[in-house]
Design a protein around this ligand. Structure first.
Ligand SMILES: C[S@@+](CC[C@H](N)C(=O)[O-])C[C@H]1O[C@@H](n2cnc3c(N)ncnc32)[C@H](O)[C@@H]1O
Length: 758
């Protein structure tokens, strides 16, 4: 595997951030004997980067590193930098993962994106690649939006934390900002699935972003307090239990403990099972003893489970628990529920007379997830692309019996697959086997298998990665089904389309070729000759202009020039459509090289290019620059004089075409054309006769793909088309020798045939 030497790259801004982050990470990893670089596995390295929740932190730091010095560094800057960082990461992933062309070893537990990349590497045609990229980009966009939102939240937290006067409110603000960002991001992510249940949003956020469960729980409980009132927590649990089980649930404080009782009789007065929650504070240090004493408290014959709750008492008598203990407590409550329900045969009440242990297990586990872990099941359903509009409430309706076939299976696969099934010694292997072998519910086991295979190569550490791909595939599948006349997801259950993608081999990553052909159908791509060149805009290219690299290599801009730019663009509000710094240097080089006596420029604007052209002139050399806008021309004159160049520059406000038509033929050595794009034909016609043999035309924006069109009021590609015509004709002309110069917007250098000696 070819290793990209991260440290040896020359990086501006965000890349410095990335490198620092990796180095720091590596030094930490080597301390634990597991250096990423030592593993010499770039795919894994990037997978790690992608999979690690420190990515958020990285993105944030990248945003800081990406700040131009002296900038205000406000949220807008941060946003741009983070988006840029996310974009670059994406690019880097692509390049580094398969840059060497050597796919990683088969047995590496590679994340989903590597599978996609592998598909890309095998894609036979451009259409295939587009299809795969479309799917992948969808996934990554979700990611980058989340990164962006989080970075903004983290940024404001840190800013406040560094201000001692606001330290007290920083944490509160963070949770608030964070909550807002999370809800916003998750509702966007899940908007397509129509899930409106806030508990599922919380859970989705947790999946997508892996933020601390405590914060998520805080969100679920709509609190920003680190200490929670235990009574309130119990009441919340009771409420949720009642809603989700449709069973009467009573919770009461009985002197020194809480009793949560599940109704057994139809009026709920006779409990069928109970959970006793014991505060583990000063008053009840011996939980075991308390539990023993309390067993009969829920009533004779009522199976009861006991849970200890770490909490402390307030002077006003209230018991409070720390937010961070909540998740663990809820998890333990899940076990208690499990125990209570299993022993009481509570499921009988729900029409599950024939339920076996497996179903009861499943029900209990489901309760644990959906009730106590704030909507795991809802999340699983949404992620699985359930029919939109089938929100929490609706699927609760099918819970009583159907959930055993539908929901827990789906919720289970996420947890079992990742947490337990991977470990052969796990007890849950049995549960899994029973589910998959005995489940008669047609597509459920197929679905499980499919999902299992889909998520198989994904490391446990990063749920977001698999969901990203999962969502993308769901999207594409949805499109496919619409195209092919399937009215709804109901008619084509997920199992069918996963089956289509995955084939029948169990426990394997998706076959890249199957994925390709599925996606191909989904986007309706035509089969193309793989060797046929790309059609459409001739400027289309997958390669980006290395402007960051160039900027990092060139010396910093002369402060006087920066001040001039600021005055013209910020103070005078002239459009920022001057040549870029590298192109400006090129103009200077060309006049230095050609030693022209007469240079003509069409379009001075505020004189940025003018100054550079003039700087390269030797003694006696002259530059006539045309600028039709009087105010721009005036500013250009001031700037020329500011740089002490008045002796060799004349700025004229005459229309360039008219003026050129009056000038002596064969007199100019260099003519730089950078006026109105629509007039390029006229400029070239008028300028060409003025050139002496061996003189050169230099045409700016020759790549015809720049954003200048917008500045000139053009939304469409009319201006680009005009440039392409002129540049194409000129470059092909027998009367010149022409070459494109690779500035960001491109210049065409066309040297007139013949020589002065002829
Ligand atoms: C892209 S800007 C020039 C930028 C400048 N060369 C630089 O790089 O700093 C184009 C300028 O051409 C001027 N212009 C447009 N049509 C013109 C014409 N017929 N004669 C002279 N100037 C013209 C516009 O007023 C505008 O300021």
């Amino acid at each position: 595997m070819i290793m990209t030497n991260v440290a040896a790259m020359t990086e501006p801004g965000y890349k410095v951030g990335l490198r620092n982050w990796l180095q720091e990470r590596n030094s930490r990893m080597s301390a634990s004997g597991d250096s990423l670089v030592e593993r010499n596995n770039t795919a894994y390295l990037m997978a790690f980067l992608e999979a690690n929740d420190d990515l958020f932190d990285h993105a944030f730091r990248a945003s800081l590193n990406g700040q131009p010095s002296g900038s205000l560094g406000g949220p807008a800057d941060s946003r741009v930098a983070v988006e840029k960082a996310a974009r670059v990461l994406r690019e880097e992933e692509r390049r580094w993962t398969f840059g060497g062309g050597v796919p990683p070893a088969e047995d590496d537990r590679l994340p989903a994106f590597v599978t996609v990349e592998r598909s890309l590497a095998h894609a036979p045609t451009r259409s295939h690649r587009i299809a795969i990229r479309a799917a992948w980009d969808t996934a990554l966009d979700v990611e980058s939006r989340a990164v962006h939102d989080l970075a903004v939240a983290v940024r404001s937290l840190r800013a406040e934390a560094s201000d001692p006067s606001s330290r007290g409110i920083a944490a509160d603000n963070f949770v608030e900002t964070f909550s807002g960002a999370v809800i916003d991001a998750t509702s966007r992510i899940f908007g397509t699935y129509g899930s409106s249940a806030s508990s599922s949003l919380v859970s989705c956020a947790e999946l997508a972003m892996e933020e601390t469960p405590a914060k998520m729980m805080a969100l679920a409980f709509r609190t920003r307090e680190p200490m929670l009132d235990v009574g309130r927590v119990i009441e919340e649990i009771r409420r949720r239990l009642e809603v989700t089980t449709d069973s009467t649930v009573r919770a009461s404080f009985a002197g020194d403990r809480w009793e949560v009782l599940f109704g057994g009789s139809s009026d709920g007065k006779v409990p069928s099972s109970g959970v006793v929650i014991w505060p583990l504070n000063g008053r009840n240090p011996d939980f075991q003893e308390s539990a023993r004493r309390a067993t009969p408290l829920t009533g004779p014959g009522v199976p009861t489970a006991h849970v200890g709750l770490r909490c402390s008492s307030r002077p006003d008598g209230r018991l409070v628990m720390h937010l961070r203990d909540l998740k663990a407590t809820l998890h333990e409550l899940g076990h208690a529920m499990h125990h209570g329900l299993t022993a009481s045969r509570e499921p009988l009440r729900h029409g599950l007379e024939s339920a076996g242990e497996t179903e009861i297990d499943l029900l209990s586990l489901w309760l644990e997830w959906t009730v106590f872990d704030a909507g795991w099941g809802a999340c699983a359903l949404s992620a699985a692309g359930e029919p939109s509009g089938k929100g929490l409430v609706e699927w609760q309706g099918i819970l009583r019996l159907e959930a055993l076939k539908e929901l827990p299976l789906r919720a289970l696969v996420m947890e079992l697959d990742r947490e337990w099934l991977m470990h052969p010694e796990s007890d849950y292997q049995d549960v899994w086997r029973q589910v998959t072998d005995s489940d008669p519910a047609i597509h459920a086991s197929t679905y499980l298998e499919a999902l299992h295979r889909l998520t198989w190569p994904i490391p446990v550490t990063r749920p977001g990665a698999e969901y990203g791909l999962f969502w993308a595939m769901s999207e594409v599948a949805g499109t496919w089904m619409q195209r092919h006349g399937s009215a709804s997801h109901d008619q084509t259950p997920p199992a069918a389309w996963f089956g289509r993608i995955l084939g029948n081999e169990p426990h394997q990553a998706p076959d890249p070729m199957k994925l390709i052909s599925f996606l191909e159908q989904a986007v309706g791509a035509d089969t193309q000759d793989p060797l046929a060149s790309d059609k459409g805009n001739p400027m289309s290219s997958t390669r980006e202009y290395p402007s960051d690299y160039i900027a990092a290599m060139l010396p910093a801009r002369d402060p006087e020039l920066t001040s001039m730019l600021r005055q013209a663009i910020v103070d005078e509000q002239l459009p920022p459509i001057q040549v870029d710094d590298n192109a400006a240097k090129l103009l200077e080089c060309l006049t230095l090289l050609a030693r022209p006596q007469l240079v003509i420029e069409i379009g001075a604007l505020f004189g940025y290019s003018t100054i550079h052209l003039a700087r390269g002139l030797k003694k006696g050399g002259q530059l006539i620059s045309f600028e039709i806008d009087p105010r721009s021309a005036e500013i250009a004159r001031e700037n020329v004089s500011r740089f002490g160049l008045d002796d060799r520059v004349r700025i004229s406000t005459e229309d360039a075409v008219t003026a050129l038509s009056r000038m002596a033929p064969d007199s100019a050595d260099l003519i730089f054309i950078d006026g109105a794009k629509t007039e390029y034909v006229e400029y070239v016609k008028a300028a060409f006769p003025l050139l002496r043999a061996g003189g050169a035309l230099l045409i700016d924006d020759a790549f015809a793909g720049g954003s200048y069109a917008a500045h000139e009021g053009g939304e469409d590609d009319r201006l680009g088309e005009s440039i392409r015509q002129v540049v194409g004709a000129l470059a092909k002309s027998q009367r010149v020798t022409a070459s494109f110069l690779g500035t960001e917007h491109g210049m065409l250098l066309a040297v007139k045939q013949g020589s002065d000696d002829e």
